[in-house]
Write a protein of this length. Sequence first.
Length: 435
Amino acid sequence: MHSLAIVFPNLYYGGIYSLAPLIFYNIVNHLPKWSCARKFLDQCDGLQKFNLIGFTFQYELDYFNLFEILRQNNIPFEKDKREQIIFAGGPCVTSNSETLTRYVDFFVLGDAEDVIIKILQAYEQDQMKEHFLTTIANYPGVYVPGKTKQIVPASADLNKAPYPVYQPLPETMDKRYVFGKAFLLEVERGCPFTCKFCTIPTIYPKLKYRSVAVLTKAIQDGMKLDHREKVVMYAPSFVHPQRKALLQWLVDQQIPFSVPSLRLEYLDDDMLSLIRKGGQRSLTVAPEANERIRMLTDKNITDKAFLEMIDRAAKHGFTQIKMYFIIGLPEQTTKDLDEMIAFIEASKKRFGRRIHVSINPLVPKPKTKYEHLPFDKQRCKEHILYLNKHLDTKMKISTLKNAELEWKLAFAKNLDFIPLLQRHQKVPASEECSL
């Protein structure tokens, strides 16, 4: 019997809602010669006993936790000094697979559903580390540093891939478990929009939908197996062509649900009505900036469209709207910030209920239209100070120190982490800090 540990390198209460470990957990435990366990930053003991150890990176600063987890398990950082084979995947790795090449034996890029089975079959045939890595080096979706000649991300058919219906949760949960006893439903993968700051269109260049038949069966099987109370949908933009039919089915089945951040182009009265009937009281949208700057990022939605949506949300009885904004964008001036402030104040006045504002500095990422830009810490700091002075609304602001480090890690190649480990103390990704 062979064993694989799939590690979410951050805290348990957030990691249990990560879909990638659940996909591995379900697929691998259905293979006759394999067992799989999920591990987390604060529940990572016993990794020495696993043949393969995989890390999923959703956030660059979690790279630091890779080393903390290895240290806790007395596993050497250096590839040639350890018996275990360590691999990594996730959005950060697919965007730039070169940052961790000193420490990771191989990388899984793109959709993992099909390629992970081929990787494990290769391991069954030959457990000698170098032989195994040579065998998988040219599989689509696998990158072995020093061996792979051409990197090609893997692709999977979401309607044929088995859905991860078994989703274990702890028996006791507190308010930190933000989704509660929810069944996670990945509706689609990818995004049809090409906002200049976003990596999703390049990580998943082809937008894929699961059919409503596949989704409803997954819900029925998962709700029964896991004894869940509601459904939480995963989708970058929730643009599924049959989204209303799916939501109507959930309403008819009296299954509560919540939807992710939504694009206004798809948020008409029918959608708002269905979402409200599903029990959701809060909406999340991302204006990003004032209208002029928003258009420059290729997010072509007017202030008028946002304000009309706010009117509709109030009419349908929503009690909170969460809005996400970016500072430090190209050409963004104090005049643009003034217009952004005026937009937020107008939104509060029209909604008449709680508006939650989150401010995030622009962190340019590889393979986006902003990849050529530096991270301008001073400019972001000036923008934050200006908003603190002029915006009469409570804000959550991401820390600039972490944002700058995130940018550096996003573009790094073959990075020596040892000096960085000595200089930086990691803030868990699930927490937000002020300036």
